[in-house]
Design a protein around this ligand. Structure first.
Ligand SMILES: *Cc1c(COP(=O)(O)O)cnc(C)c1O
Length: 390
């Protein structure tokens, strides 16, 4: 009998490689493979499954909506999209306007088109982004993406994007002048390995862009929706961007993205400037509303501290330390053995993500329990032992 893995390899383009596990179902922070193996999900489908798997509120909201009205197009409006935009603005506590898309990269395409239009109307011609940053795979977002391995072979790109070292405010100040249309930054770099900037960096970026008249676009596609213990990472950093992009955790597993403009940036798009057939579809909006009603920030902070403190307390020659914010951490290794740790963790019943050769990303569902965190912490030293030997 041909395995699911062989069938995957035969039927799919090779861009993902063949994943190591085939999942069948999940409940809370636990998932089961097609062979019945149980795993603790410690990376939440890349910080997406905010409510975990099969959360009753998400199941209920999505089931009800799909049985009522699944699609309208944007030629007609529906209640869920209005409720969702209002709820986002309420949580953001700032006057703004929302555009809904289907994914992270599309949220950034919307932000980029806003920034291009802003540049054209104010005589600004270039963009600034960070080295090793990740903003998505479609061509506009890719042109802002600083990771050479995913960017370089698809260039050159038609936009003038200048890259600065992440976290270096002086380099940013030197790169941004009155010709700069916009600066795109992640508040913590996710795909680079959950790398937070030095304290005060994003607030400095806000000052620098404001002084130069450039837009500041905060890509919170991975950092928002409670992931850091705050609804949005920028709220803890004490600044408001001009444009904010969201996706991943917002739909709790249903595809949705959002681009929010604040102040004058809220109305850069005029009628006809942008659109999406599926963007803000009722089912994804119902899912996002269920997420926003059920994420418990106090719980996130408690279990996040338990996870961080627990990793910090482990003394192991392969473990250098832990970085990140909230339930969005990287266990940093002393050697490039993240792939071996991921494999050893899988054998021990834990799904983690080797986000960099020397870093494991931990971004579990926000509903993970203290007992589940403890079970991972108890197993982690022997997982590291096995990866160090293997
Ligand atoms: C994942 C991610 C994206 C791209 O989102 P997709 O939904 O995969 O298109 C963009 N920016 C950041 C910071 C991300 O983490």
């Amino acid at each position: 009998m041909t395995s699911l893995f062989d069938r995957f390899e035969a039927a799919f383009m090779p861009n993902y490689g063949v994943p190591p596990v085939a999942l069948a179902r999940g409940e809370g922070s636990v998932v089961w493979g097609t062979d019945g193996t149980e795993y603790l999900d410690m990376f939440g489908g890349i910080a997406v499954s905010s409510l975990g798997h099969a959360h009753p509120a998400l199941v209920g909201a999505v089931s009800k909506q799909v049985a009522t009205l699944a699609h309208t197009s944007n030629l007609l409006l529906h209640e869920r999209e209005v409720e969702l935009a209002e709820k986002l603005l309420e949580l953001l506590q700032a006057p703004g306007k929302v555009f809904l898309a289907n994914s992270g990269t599309e949220a950034n395409e919307a932000a980029l088109k806003l920034a291009i239009k802003y540049g054209k109307t104010t005589g600004r011609s270039y963009f600034v982004a960070a080295e090793m940053g990740f903003h998505g795979r479609t061509l506009g977002a890719l042109s802002l993406t600083g990771k050479p391995s995913i960017r370089d072979q698809f260039g050159p790109f038609p936009l003038d994007v200048r890259f600065v070292p992440y976290g270096d405010a002086d380099a940013l100040a030197a790169a941004v002048d009155g010709d700069c249309a916009a600066v795109f930054l992640e508040p913590t770099q996710g795909e680079a390995g959950v790398v937070p900037p030095p304290d005060g960096y994003m607030a400095r970026a806000r000052e620098i862009t404001r002084a130069a008249g450039a837009l500041l676009v905060a890509d919170e596609i991975q950092s928002a929706i409670g992931r850091t213990g705050h609804w949005f990472a920028h709220q803890a950093d004490g600044y408001l961007p001009d444009v904010l992009t969201l996706a991943k955790g917002l739909g709790g597993g249903l595809p949705i993205g959002a681009c929010v403009g604040f102040g004058p940036a809220a109305t850069i798009f005029e009628k006809g400037d942008h659109g999406s057939t599926f963007g803000g579809n009722p089912v994804s909006c119902a899912a996002a509303l269920a997420v926003l009603e059920n994420v418990d920030l106090a719980h996130v902070r408690v279990v996040a501290a338990e996870l961080r403190d627990g990793i910090e307390a482990i003394s192991h020659p392969l473990l250098k330390g832990v970085r990140g914010r909230g339930l969005w951490l990287a266990a940093v290794l002393t050697e490039d053995r993240a792939a071996q740790v991921q494999a050893a963790a899988q054998r021990a019943g834990f799904l983690v993500n080797a986000v960099q050769p020397d870093a494991l990303r931990l971004a579990p569902p926000l509903v993970i329990t203290s007992a589940q965190v403890r079970s991972f912490l108890t197993a982690f030293p022997s997982i590291l032992d096995e990866a160090a030997d293997g």
